[in-house]
Design a protein around this ligand. Sequence first.
Ligand SMILES: [Zn+2]
Length: 255
Amino acid sequence: MYKVKQIKGLTYLAPPGWRGVLCAFTTRLGGVSQGPFATLNLGRSCGDDGAAVDENWRLVLGGLGLEGLPRAAAWQVHGTKVARIEDIPGDYHLYRDTDALITDRRGIVLSTLYADCVPLVFYDPRNKAIGMAHAGWRGTRAHIGPVTLAAMEQAFGTRPEDCLVGIGPSIGPCCYSVGPEVGDEFAPLGAVQSREGKLFVDLPRANQLLLLQEGVRPENIQLAGICTSCRQDLFFSHRGSGGITGRMASIMVLL
Ligand SMILES: [Zn+2]
């Protein structure tokens, strides 16, 4: 089970037992945004007031003790491009058309954004490298998790059997009903449930299965096991809100 941590007014989830890296999945609690973005919206392109988003980021980075560190973020497009972060041009850089970030540099804050899609985080304690990926159904279908792992293998010599993986809060099979065209994509993997004449995809499970196939050890994959749509008191949910909502961030930095 993930720990729910609270520090300086910030509430976040973290995979337990990871040393040498800071990893946080933010919630919607503790920010200044209003209405459907209440309160800790970290997304700039979902319709919220930009000044509120700036303040929310300030609160998050301050709460985590990461003020002043250079930041790398992804302009996510549900694709499979992985950006290797070495040096940031300036204090902040947005990597375009990118859904995964990897680095072996200490002190660079990586972040990606979510509101139902699956946040994947990777930590290779042997080679001191980290990665994160944004896995909606398109990214999962395109194997963004294994693609990110392969990029870490190529860049840092990461071996799947050494890698720790976190699968953060996302929409669960309780709420993620899909049409047959999407269900058919995930049926061969065994990540589809059928009830009351509807199909439901288990995206966290699909990502887990794909990473197990790559050789990640079962005991090294930690699932949050919490549904963003069921728990809109804690999380933003695109599906659960009808589409207008904020974004949580997955944040990692190698210490
Ligand atoms: Zn649910």
